[in-house]
Ligand binder design. Structure first.
Ligand code: BJW
Ligand code: ZN
Length: 247
């Protein structure tokens, strides 16, 4: 079990500014595949064939099949104790911001409220040309490619390689990182930019960095505390410990 440091527990006062960055690892215990590492999606599928605008232009049918398969996975599984523990932290700390690279929407489904989704949401679709969002009714005809009123194809509402992140969410995420006093990086390989720049930016501005991951990442040498293990075990234990300390 993790021996939470007295330094961190002392920092976690009600008024502390907390920022959490999550990646695919937090949903691994829900049953969703991560991207990298053993069993990762990029072991079986090449990102350049599925997760770039060029891939979609080349073969939209293939790209849609892959995203429909992943949508089914998201529907079939559910948020886990790691997601729920973050909801409890948000309820306890008024200055709490959750930044996620995940497209599964599980944080919102678990009940988190202040979330910046940097890579979009896999359950949404938008026009590849004019950006119009797809209506729920249109989505039902999923055996055919769907066209927007402007004549262009609808695409999944996610951010592919080479594409800009949603500017509002990105700016808010960097502003939150610059203000953070404690920054948690959870379940991310910390290799995909610009999200991977958030923890170093927080550290440069004085934040205390904590990483939760079963494996070391390029971020690990920079963090103040590395808690090696699964988010779905460590986060509920942290919530429990905070409750004990303040009781
Ligand atoms: C657990 C666990 C448990 C397991 N508990 N932990 C060279 C240098 C720097 C940058 C670049 C470069 N070449 C190209 C770039 C840019 C590129 C990039 O960063 N590439 C790098 C890979 C090199 N970035 C982009 O292209 C971004 N856009 C951009 O830069 O735009 C510039 C621009 C500006 C203005 C105009 C136009 C353009 C966009 C990036 C989009 C990423 N998209 C994806 C796919 C989303 C859609 C989909 O789902 O299909 O996002 S890729 C994929 O990676 C997904 C994820 O959000 C993202 C990050 O992955 P994540 O979450 O870290 O998952 P994993 O699998 O990598 O790691 C899981 C971790 O969990 C592991 O560490 C496990 O150990 C751990 N774990 N179980 C806790 N139980
Ligand atoms: Zn359109």
């Amino acid at each position: 079990m993790i021996n939470f440091s007295s330094k961190l527990l002392a920092l976690l006062q009600p008024e502390v500014k907390i920022v959490v960055l999550t990646g695919a690892g937090i949903s691994a215990e829900s049953g969703l595949a991560t991207f990298r590492g053993p069993g990762g999606l990029w072991k079986n599928y090449r990102p350049e064939n599925l997760a770039t605008p060029e891939a979609f232009a080349r073969d939209p049918q293939l790209v849609w099949e892959w995203y429909n398969f992943r949508r089914d996975q998201v529907r079939q599984h559910a948020p886990n104790p790691g997601h729920h523990a973050l909801v409890q932290l948000e309820a306890r700390f008024p200055d709490f911001v959750l930044i996620t690279q995940n497209v599964d929407g599980y944080h919102r489904r678990a009940g988190s409220k202040k979330i910046y989704e940097l890579h979009g949401n896999i359950m949404q679709s938008r026009c590849s040309q004019c950006g119009r969002e797809c209506e729920a009714g249109e989505e039902l005809q999923r055996e055919h490619l769907l066209y927007c009123a402007c004549g262009a194809l609808y695409r999944p509402g996610v951010v592919w390689f080479g594409e800009a992140l949603p500017p509002g969410a990105l700016q808010s995420a960097f502003a939150a990182a610059e203000n953070a006093q404690v920054f948690f990086s959870i379940g991310t390989s910390a290799v995909v930019y610009p999200a991977a720049a958030l923890p170093p930016v927080a550290a440069e501005h004085g934040a205390y960095l904590v990483e939760i991951n079963p494996e070391k990442t390029p971020l690990t040498p920079l963090v103040d505390e590395f808690w090696q293990g699964q988010a779905g075990e460590i986060l509920p234990a942290l919530v429990h410990r905070i409750q004990q300390v303040s009781a």
